[in-house]
Design a protein around this ligand. Structure first.
Ligand code: GDG
Length: 468
């Protein structure tokens, strides 16, 4: 069996599945690497004075990780700059927040070259290489320039923006051209894939034939391949002692009230402000329901050194304060807004205790919280998922109550519908969603991607797309 080499911006040391604040993607990739005796390469998260390309190898929980440090300027321009101030907002349709700075673009390119220089000597001819996400779009091309003939795949975890939006990025065509160095490019949904095709066909003159796309002398396969979770593991997590304890804590502290839960990294794409406004609308329009519910919003901070992230934190604190100030009573607070992370088993307990999972991103590649909420439910008495129609997950979970996250009315109405939904309907909807979450789980996702990659004939030689 070929080794699997995963390359992503950050590498998180694999942990036992129940502990720590490891994200869904980290858990998914660790599982794939265990199966393929592979290697996970990326930035350590540490800063060094002078980039040296030194690699730190570690082995934990059956996974080997290889990490390198970056310089402070790299982090500013590549990570905080181009990745999180240019591409992240642009790819989430927020051109109003996207910053187009040449210095960012240069730093992004330099760091991708550093990734290529450092990881290249680790690659053996038969390895399959799987590059993750928007931080590393040109990495495949840099590897080809270093005469890497391996099969290389790329998976994008965030949406692909519509053509007219992407065209606002000055170097869009050059950047997308580098993606033709890959053999397989994957997206979560048909919608993101369609936008990608639209761009390469209409802006670059590429030609599509089924899922093959030809540009110059390169042909890639572009597929929709929605990520899943480890559904069985997550369902089991919801029944562990710590999850039960958390469940009990939530039930005891809610004194008979229905819990509505939101769990999101503190990020403007997650629609937290709009969610609070929708909940406020619900409280305003339904005084009779007021003390019957409360909203628990768990929002661990992320990317704290980027200004827009500092701003959203201030906005949400103000909004939560305003809503609590207007509606709270001696024995009731409508919003519990928590800025810290919890262990996965605790989260599972919280999800299970919640009558409603409120997942309303303005735009989201997939959204794993929606799937985790479904997996954690009690089959006999499941809660209701309210899900944004603009999350990739909505394509697989149409039985959720789908809402437009920009509309406070739709959020308010969906909360009422969910609270009044009879148990039989809750069970029916949950069963259909759970079937999908179990069937198209994380193993299904990674097999679908790596199987597609392994179907590609390894070329005798593969030049850089710079020559295309
Ligand atoms: C990107 C894309 C795509 C959150 N709070 C805690 C915690 N989490 C975990 C959740 C979930 C993960 O983080 C978040 O995953 P999402 O999918 O919701 O969102 P992003 O972080 O934006 O991920 C997204 C994903 O990549 C995968 O392709 O779905 O669209 O944006 O697993 O549970 N985990 C713990 N404590 C917390 O407080 N332990």
């Amino acid at each position: 069996m070929s080794r699997l080499i995963v390359i992503s911006n950050r590498v998180s040391a694999p942990q036992g599945s129940q502990s720590g604040a490891q994200g869904g993607l980290a858990v998914a990739l660790s599982a794939a690497l265990r199966e393929h005796r592979g290697l996970w390469f990326g930035w350590s998260g540490e800063v060094t004075d002078q980039f040296s390309g030194h690699i730190n190898f570690q082995r934990a929980h059956g996974v080997t990780t290889a990490t390198m440090d970056l310089e402070e300027q790299d982090v500013d321009e590549y990570y905080n700059g181009y990745a999180n101030r240019t591409l992240w907002p642009l790819f989430h349709y927020r051109i109003d927040l996207a910053e187009y700075e040449r210095g960012f673009a240069g730093g992004y390119q330099r760091v991708n070259e550093r990734f290529a220089d450092t990881v290249r000597p680790l690659l053996e001819p038969d390895d399959i290489v799987w590059i993750q996400d928007y931080h590393l779009l040109p990495l495949g091309d840099e590897l080809r320039k270093r005469r890497c003939i391996n099969r290389i795949g790329f998976f994008l975890h965030i949406p692909w923006p519509p053509r007219r939006l992407l065209s606002t990025l000055p170097e869009a065509v050059d950047l997308v051209t580098t993606m033709f160095a890959y053999d397989v490019v994957g997206f979560h949904t048909e919608e993101w894939l369609e936008s990608f095709r639209d761009f390469v066909v209409h802006e670059m003159g590429a030609v599509c034939d089924g899922d093959h796309i030809r540009f110059g002398d390169r042909t890639i396969r572009a597929i929709a391949c929605p990520i899943g979770i480890d559904a069985e593991e997550f369902a089991a997590l919801a029944c562990t002692p710590r999850a039960r304890l958390t469940y009990r804590r939530m039930r005891d502290s809610s004194v008979g009230r229905d819990l509505i839960v939101g769990v999101d990294r503190l990020d403007y794409s997650k629609g937290l402000e709009e969610r609070f406004l929708g909940y406020e609308r619900f409280l305003n329009e339904h005084p009779e329901e007021r003390k019957e519910v409360f909203l628990l919003q768990i929002a661990p901070p992320s990317r704290g050194s980027v200004d827009t992230y500092k701003k959203i934190r201030t906005t949400l604190e103000g909004l939560a304060g305003r809503i609590n100030g207007a509606f709270a009573d001696l024995d009731w607070v409508p919003i519990r807004y928590v800025n810290q992370g919890y262990a996965r088993d605790e989260l599972a307990g919280v999800y299970r205790a919640a009558r409603i999972g409120l997942v309303t991103p303005l735009r989201d590649g997939m959204n794993l919280v929606a799937k985790e909420y479904v997996a954690a439910q009690d089959p006999e008495d499941p809660g209701v998922l309210i899900l944004s129609r603009f999350a990739g997950a909505s394509a697989q979970l149409p039985e959720a109550l789908l809402v437009n996250p920009y509309s406070p009315e739709e959020i308010a109405d969906a909360i009422v519908t969910a609270l009044r939904m009879p148990r039989a309907e809750r069970i029916d909807r949950w069963r259909s969603m759970m079937d999908n979450v179990q069937r198209e789980d994380v193993v299904w996702w990674r097999r679908r991607f790596t199987d597609t990659l392994m179907e590609i004939d390894q070329p005798e030689d593969a030049g850089s797309t710079a020559a295309a």
